[in-house]
Design a protein around this ligand. Structure first.
Ligand SMILES: [Fe+2]
Ligand SMILES: [Fe+2]
Length: 147
């Protein structure tokens, strides 16, 4: 599985108009990079399973905080597309939680690999490039000050 490579990095992910959002996105990609390394080096041992489960939990925690902070921002700035953007956060968080629950039960590395190397990065790039981009732009245009 070592032929798998993540092409989405801090250099290639779209950048938005608010630095704190970019910083969170880079952190998230760093966690996904760690997951990618664990998947590439996976040798079907209990130790490997446990390390992946732990890294997946940290990823979910980071995503929860990431989405919660963006949701707060949208409420602060009265972003008109809040229901759509926060709804997308909920949908993907549930999808990730289902993925992790299934991993913890079946240890299906092919399924996990497909999600981490393909499905999630595609979603993430598209999400940052659309909803996050528009949200950050709206915030800046309406005088939002970063702390
Ligand atoms: Fe985001
Ligand atoms: Fe978002």
């Amino acid at each position: 599985m070592s032929h798998n490579k993540l092409v989405l990095t801090a250099e290639t992910v779209p950048h938005v108009a608010l630095d704190f959002m970019n910083a969170t996105h880079f952190e998230e990609l760093e966690r996904v990079r760690t997951l990618g390394e664990l998947i590439s080096g996976y040798k079907q041992s209990k130790n490997d399973n446990d390390r992946l489960s732990e890294a997946l939990n940290k990823w979910i925690e980071h995503t929860q905080a990431h989405f919660a902070r963006e949701n707060e921002l949208m409420i602060d700035i009265q972003f008109p597309m809040y229901p759509m953007h926060s709804g997308e956060h909920n949908r993907v968080l549930e999808e990730m939680e289902r993925m992790v629950a299934s991993w913890n039960k079946t240890y299906d590395i092919a399924l996990l690999s497909d999600y981490v190397f393909t499905a999630w990065p595609q979603w993430f790039e598209q999400h940052v490039n659309s909803m996050d981009m528009v949200t950050a732009q709206f915030a800046v245009m309406h005088g939002y000050e970063q702390d």
